[in-house]
Write a protein that binds this ligand. Structure first.
Ligand SMILES: [Zn+2]
Length: 281
């Protein structure tokens, strides 16, 4: 999981462009009529974004017709949104820009409205409110994003990810392959509020379980490659050092608590793992 770089061009120009391209004249006129109310909201969003206080934004009241036209302005396959998505992705590091950073499990296939468009229809096409993600994460994000000031999800534009451990992998060795359990912990004293947001994010997106489900395949690959290496060189310490070096590079590329690195680094620390799955094979 890596922080993302936000869109830094004129956000309201995106709204105007989306309105300009609207074919339905009745809806278009509603949207043009709303411009003078929505522009100050975009300015407010940018200010609160810069102050990292977007939970302070309140929505303008819209009637049902206005609300539906505003929500409808966001069409994932429209020219405006597709080109916006490409612009946002182009700002990210190439190693991670195709992968959902909410979970680091799936491909980016959609844009999440960090503040839900149902609650804040005026931000349906506000680039600062749109984060690339996978459909699973998007569907797990509810209509809530804050509980008072408490963030229920990580905003990867705003919530700085710590370079400290918070994800832990432990194993059960009573099976054909080691079975992993992931959990969160805070051994390096991550700031209380930051850690609470991380925990909320992992719980609400069910990340520990989703990572576990994908792990057996990874563990099998680790075992198979280590068996091959072990046949070539039975010096376990040098194999361990090799993996540690490799995973430190991966952490740099994919994030300090990247689940595959945490899994691999933890697994190689167990003597039981080497004895049962590598040496005695
Ligand atoms: Zn995801």
């Amino acid at each position: 999981m890596k922080n993302l770089t936000n869109f830094d061009e004129d956000s309201f120009a995106v709204y105007k462009d989306a309105v300009k391209r609207k074919r339905d004249i009745t809806k278009k006129n509603v949207l043009i009529g709303l411009e003078s109310r929505i522009e100050p909201q975009f300015i407010l969003y940018a200010e609160k974004f810069n102050d990292k206080k977007i939970y302070e934004i309140t929505s303008l009241g819209f009637d049902d017709a206005e609300k539906s036209v505003l929500i409808d302005l966001y069409q994932y396959n429209s020219y405006v949104i597709r080109s916006l998505k490409n612009k946002i992705l182009d700002k990210q590091i190439a190693t991670i820009n195709a992968t959902c950073q909410y979970c680091t499990l799936n491909s980016v296939e959609t844009l999440d409205h960090f503040i839900p468009k149902e609650e804040f229809p005026e931000f349906s096409v506000n680039p600062l409110n749109l984060l690339p993600c996978c459909p699973t994460c998007n569907s797990k994000k509810s209509y809530l994003c804050f509980d008072g000031e408490e963030s229920l999800f990580l905003n990867l534009y705003l919530d700085e990810l710590p370079n400290k451990k918070y994800l832990k992998a432990e194993f059960d060795f009573n099976n054909d392959i080691p079975l992993v359990t992931f959990s969160l912990y805070n051994p390096e004293n991550i700031d209380r509020i930051n850690f609470r947001t991380i925990r909320n994010h992992y719980e609400r997106l069910n990340l520990l379980e989703r990572m576990r489900e994908k792990s057996n395949e990874i563990i099998t690959e680790i075992i198979n490659s280590l068996r091959t290496y072990y046949k070539l060189d039975s010096d376990i310490e040098s194999l361990k050092n090799f993996i540690v070096d490799e995973e430190n590079e991966n952490k740099e590329a994919y994030g300090y608590n990247y689940w595959k690195s945490v899994l691999r680094l933890s697994l190689i620390q167990y003597d039981e793992f080497w004895k049962k799955y590598i040496i005695n094979q």
